[in-house]
Design a protein around this ligand. Structure first.
Ligand SMILES: CC(=O)SCCNC(=O)CCNC(=O)[C@H](O)C(C)(C)COP(=O)(O)OP(=O)(O)OC[C@H]1O[C@@H](n2cnc3c(N)ncnc32)[C@H](O)[C@@H]1OP(=O)(O)O
Length: 430
């Protein structure tokens, strides 16, 4: 529990009479930025942040410590920040309303006193009451959020493509790539992402900042225009736009000379391949670096020489917390026909219970049973995210100790119902 002198307050997305961001909003943003070691926001940046927060309809929470000496500290400055907003998660057979958590910071003077625990517990409880079947976040450190029932569902890594010489692809080029001014991506970027999002298991909806980045109104250094950014779109043989990429030259000093992809969204695998072919065709550049590669990126199969690809910065991507088991697991795909009973133990008591699954025709009917109904398999809340998105096979989750199956051969039988081809993947963070 936080101490009595700490106040938890909702921070309004408010403006002063002159239209600029309110002092409380400004102090909240600057505290959150300080938590991630950014410089304080300029007035223009604050306005950008306010607009994007309004577009996302974000809910901001600040924690205030009134015992700090008033002469030394502006009382509007929080000691902790926490934000959430609503998007969707592609669970495989449908898009689930998803409660997204972001900008969690606690000042060093107040850390490890239970502030995060209190904020997260209250927030997830309210999200469940509001009807969200899942919550999600992208984490700075892997060891923080499992205790709150978030399980890792995607991996992401930097892909480095060696583009020295002639990069050869198995398939002949199709369609065409057109270089465009980034501002032309205004409508295209959102539409293409929605097409990707509707088809890719594990994808999570994008916040407003992605459009601002795509159009170079925001750059790598924050919410301000970035003239370094370039853009291109891919058109298929019928002339329909099927993908876009934004990228920037990293300069002549870092070696190898690198082109950094900032965003690449393709509605088809062919569009993705052709955008990489375009990137690989840049003269004077030795390497193309792409930051959102999946654990087993398909680009390797497109190249005659897969050894041109290297990976670095392998890390966790999206973390998912199931809040409502029947609703979440009804939006997932299944295989075969059969049934099983799952018991969930949840330290926050949000998803606890025993659930019956009747699987058939690629879907499942999931119902809550009496808590003491016999279970064929049991797990803690932290395993629900990976199980929901089939981020690992049942046998792997069982061997990892995340799933406990009650009989010989049970993991294999459940795997035949639950294991899906391919891995979930998300191409954004928040
Ligand atoms: C979704 C996002 O925004 S990800 C970004 C998270 N923020 C950051 O990384 C910025 C820098 N770090 C911080 O601001 C803080 O240290 C936070 C937010 C990570 C933790 O806040 P605190 O208030 O200190 O956490 P709190 O005291 O509530 O700890 C809750 C639990 O998490 C654990 N914990 C807290 N921080 C960490 C950590 N960095 N690594 C591992 N465990 C942690 C605590 O041990 C505690 O465990 P327990 O309750 O099971 O015994």
């Amino acid at each position: 529990m936080t101490a009595e002198h700490l106040r938890i307050e909702n921070v309004a997305l408010a403006r002063r009479e002159d239209g600029t961001a309110s002092g409380q909003f400004a102090a909240w943003i600057n505290t959150a930025w300080e938590g991630f070691y950014h410089k304080p926001a300029t007035a223009d940046q604050l306005e950008q942040m306010l607009q994007s927060h309004e577009a996302d309809a974000r809910v901001l929470t600040g924690v205030y410590d009134d015992t700090r000496p008033a002469g030394l500290v502006d009382p509007l400055v929080p000691v902790a920040t926490f934000a959430s907003f609503a998007k969707t998660l592609n669970a495989g057979a449908g898009l689930l309303p998803a409660h997204l958590v972001t900008l969690v910071t606690v000042r060093p003077t107040h850390r490890r006193r239970g502030i995060l625990r209190e904020l997260m517990t209250g927030d997830l409880t309210r999200a469940k009451a509001a009807g969200f079947p899942v919550a999600a976040l992208t984490a700075t450190e892997a060891t923080i959020y499992g205790r709150f029932g978030f399980g890792r569902v995607t991996e992401q890594q930097d892909l480095q493509l060696d583009v020295r010489g002639d990069v050869r692809f198995h398939a002949a080029a199709v369609g065409s790539v057109v270089q465009v001014a980034p501002e032309k991506l205004g409508d295209i970027a959102g539409t293409l992402f929605e097409r990707f999002h509707e088809t890719r298991r594990g994808s999570v909806g994008r916040q407003e900042s992605y459009i601002r980045h795509a159009t170079a109104r925001w750059g790598d250094d924050g919410p301000e225009p970035d003239p370094k950014q370039r853009a291109a779109v891919y058109l298929d043989a019928t002339g329909e736009v099927q993908g876009f990429v934004t990228y920037a030259f990293a300069g002549w000093d870092p070696k190898p000379v690198t082109l950094n992809v900032r965003d690449l969204v393709a509605a088809t695998e062919v569009a993705r391949r052709e955008l990489f072919r375009f990137l690989a065709a840049h003269d004077l550049v030795e390497r193309v670096s792409y930051p959102f590669a999946a654990a087993n990126d398909p680009l390797g199969w497109a190249l005659e020489d897969a050894a041109r690809i290297g990976y670095s910065e392998r890390g966790h991507g999206l973390w998912v917390r199931v809040l409502d088991v029947p609703q979440a697991f009804a939006a997932r795909e299944y295989r075969g026909t059969g049934n099983f009973t799952l018991r969930v133990e949840d330290p926050l008591d949000l998803a606890s219970g025993t659930y019956g699954f009747e699987v058939g025709d690629g879907l499942a009917v999931v119902t809550r049973l009496d808590d003491d109904a016999p279970a064929t398999v049991s797990c803690d809340a932290v395993a629900l995210g990976p199980l929901l998105l089939s981020a690992a096979g049942v046998a792997e989750l069982h061997a990892a100790g995340l799933l406990r199956a009650e009989g010989p051969g049970e993991p294999e039988r459940l795997g035949r119902l639950l294991d899906l081809p391919g891995l979930p993947h998300a191409i954004n963070g928040f």
